[in-house]
Ligand binder design. Structure first.
Ligand code: NAG
Ligand code: NAG
Ligand code: NAG
Ligand code: NAG
Ligand code: NAG
Ligand code: NAG
Length: 327
């Protein structure tokens, strides 16, 4: 029993002892994880997960090597960001490079982490070209686009389909930056996607662009047809209207006559005359006629006579004709 007691006491003693102090500065820093190269149209970025430490800010250093050279620095030394932009015009064609990254905290350094071999032509993602404009004709769409990579060996392909169906068609690969989608239906919406590839031993084929849709134009024949239909329609309408008017006039002849020509009203003086035949209405009428005699205009003609010869002859002939009318 006392032995057991002693053991228990020892146990308690051990438990109550202060824990051994944690290492002030670890001899080894964990290496960066998930070291990945992202490359799009030869824009190259190396990224990694940050190395977490309780105290202090970790710095990173990236180096590269080609087959021919030793490890070298690339402006990503003692950086705090967890990415390194290693875009460089020389890191292209025929270059195979390897990158490596390590973390540093004061004097403590992590192990290097190496990437896979990076062969830009093969490993970069060739982005789809940008559609500049689309020319539409009744039976085709012509896509004009511009590449966003400077490369001689690019080729393009378009996948297209009638929007209302899902039957996909693909053009041939071509170097042209204008592709025609032919034998389409007029006035129909077509959708398309475009992709580029880099011609190599193993082609580097880029992803398709976002879907874009366009409508084909109307054909001249159809337009002429529309015009003809509109013309015929207008003509028929006019004819029908004319017939309806005619029938209407026939049927409501009397009414219409009444509207346009109110019943004839005998002038007051004639009416009076009819009532009282002795009133000198006839004379009055004759006098009125005399007053309205067109001789007035003749006097104007004689005034003009003196001034303009050319006018004279005209006016004279006028006056003659007036005279002849008068006789
Ligand atoms: C590394 O990537 C994997 C998968 O994407 C993820 O589960 C993991 O958390 C990442 N590691 C770090 C340290 O971020
Ligand atoms: C790290 O911790 C020490 C003491 O534990 C402190 O003196 C120092 O300021 C800390 N450094 C940072 C960068 O926080
Ligand atoms: C590093 O950066 C300096 C200045 O920002 C620049 O002149 C130099 O060309 C760069 N070196 C590399 C290898 O990118
Ligand atoms: C990076 O940091 C180390 C020590 O932390 C230093 O010796 C070295 O000169 C630094 N390099 C640059 C390019 O700042
Ligand atoms: C990387 O650098 C290139 C050339 O210096 C620049 O054009 C590009 O915008 C940079 N990319 C990022 C993500 O910073
Ligand atoms: C580049 O592509 C090759 C072949 O597809 C592949 O084996 C390699 O891992 C890629 N490199 C990188 C850094 O992803």
């Amino acid at each position: 029993m006392p032995r057991l007691g002693a053991a228990l006491l020892l146990c308690l003693l051990v438990l109550s002892l202060p824990e051994p102090p944690a290492a002030e500065s670890p001899l080894q820093l964990p290496a960066p994880q998930n070291v990945t190269i992202y490359s799009y149209n030869y824009q190259n970025l190396l990224r990694w997960a940050p190395v977490k430490v309780d105290n202090g800010s970790v710095l990173y250093t990236v180096q590269y090597s080609t087959i021919a050279y030793d490890w070298e620095e690339i402006n990503c030394t003692n950086i705090t960001k967890t990415e390194c932009n290693f875009t460089h015009p020389e890191i292209k064609s025929f270059w195979t490079i390897t990158l490596r990254v390590r973390a540093e905290l004061g004097q403590v350094k992590s192990d290097w982490v190496e990437t896979n071999k990076f062969f830009a032509d093969q490993n970069t993602t060739i982005g789809p070209p940008v559609i500049v404009n689309v020319d539409s004709t009744p039976d085709s769409l012509f896509l004009n686009f511009s590449p966003n990579v400077k490369e001689d060996n690019l080729q393009y392909l378009v996948r297209y389909w009638e929007k209302s169906t899902n039957e996909r068609h693909e053009t041939e690969w071509t170097k042209n930056t204008r592709i025609g989608l032919l034998n389409l239906k007029q006035l129909t919406v077509y959708c398309f996607q475009i992709r580029a590839k880099l011609r190599l031993l193993n082609d580097n084929i880029g992803p398709f662009s976002k879907t874009d849709c366009h409508k084909t134009a109307t054909s001249d024949a159809t337009r002429a047809g529309f015009v003809a239909i509109i013309f015929v329609g207008a003509t028929v309408t006019v004819v029908i209207l004319a017939i309806v008017c005619f029938l209407f006039i026939q049927k409501f002849h009397q009414v219409i006559k009444y509207w346009f020509q109110p019943p004839f009203q005998i002038p007051l003086h004639i009416e009076e005359y009819l009532k009282d035949p002795e009133m000198p209405v006839l004379e009055e009428l004759q006098n009125n006629c005399a007053e309205e005699d067109p001789w007035d205009s003749l006097s104007v003609v004689s005034n003009a006579e003196g001034s303009q010869a050319l006018l004279n002859t005209n006016v004279q002939s006028d006056s003659r004709s007036i005279e002849s009318e008068k006789t």
